[in-house]
Design a protein around this ligand. Structure first.
Ligand SMILES: Cc1cc2nc3c(=O)[nH]c(=O)nc-3n(C[C@H](O)[C@H](O)[C@H](O)COP(=O)(O)O)c2cc1C
Length: 187
């Protein structure tokens, strides 16, 4: 299973709509695609006591198990104050190392206004490079998101083409890694 991680818990977010578009592109190249939606997770249950995973709410445990079992992740992140949403980093900070991260194929889509989520994507790349993931090099940045997304559809053909190219390339990237047993790693 390949997961698209919708990187904010803001209800009605544009990020969630973009995650749906990304999933549709991926489904052209791979059948088993699902979305992990941070807006569905019970953040009010996180108390700061759960970084070890002990006592974590089952909805978080299930979402982290999806990450751990995934063949790859496409993380869709909006830009909040020049970085990724706190909710996304907070979710990631409950993952386990190395299991959740190491050698996991990961791709990034950013959205925002002027810079199209360049900063949160680069911050995420730092996190995932540090944690030894396999980052797919072609990122997609959706600028002027208020104009680029209408009624849940991307209306900018250039962005649509970039999302499709990334989806195709990322699925082939995963296939290539698997063919050489680079992921999942046999211990
Ligand atoms: C708390 C917050 C901070 C934001 N900061 C930025 C920012 O620094 N740069 C930017 O381009 N857009 C910023 N935005 C706008 C979002 O990128 C924009 O609302 C976009 O729709 C994606 O967010 P959404 O998925 O919550 O809808 C911010 C939005 C919120 C809610």
């Amino acid at each position: 299973m390949l997961y698209v991680l919708s990187g904010t818990n803001r209800p009605g977010s544009r990020t969630r709509q973009v995650a749906e578009v990304v999933a549709e592109h991926l489904k052209k190249y791979k059948s088993d695609i699902e979305i992990i939606d941070l807006a569905k997770l019970p953040y009010s249950e996180l108390t700061g006591q759960h970084y070890s995973g002990q006592g974590l709410h089952t909805e978080f445990t299930k979402a982290i198990e999806k990450v751990n079992d995934s063949e790859g992740l496409v993380i869709v992140t909006p830009e909040y104050n020049g970085s990724m949403p706190g909710a996304l980093k907070y979710f990631i900070d409950h993952w386990s190392y190395p299991r959740s991260f190491e050698f996991r194929p990961v791709a990034f889509v950013g959205l925002g206004f002027r810079w199209g989520g360049l900063r949160p994507v680069e911050h995420l790349q730092q996190v995932f490079n540090y944690r030894n993931a396999f980052a797919y090099p072609e990122r997609v940045f959706i600028t002027n998101i208020g104009d680029a997304l209408k009624d849940g559809k991307i209306v900018d053909k250039n962005v649509t083409d970039l999302l499709d190219k990334q989806a195709n390339g990322f699925v082939r990237f995963i296939t290539a890694l698997k063919s050489q047993n680079l992921f999942p790693v046999s211990k």
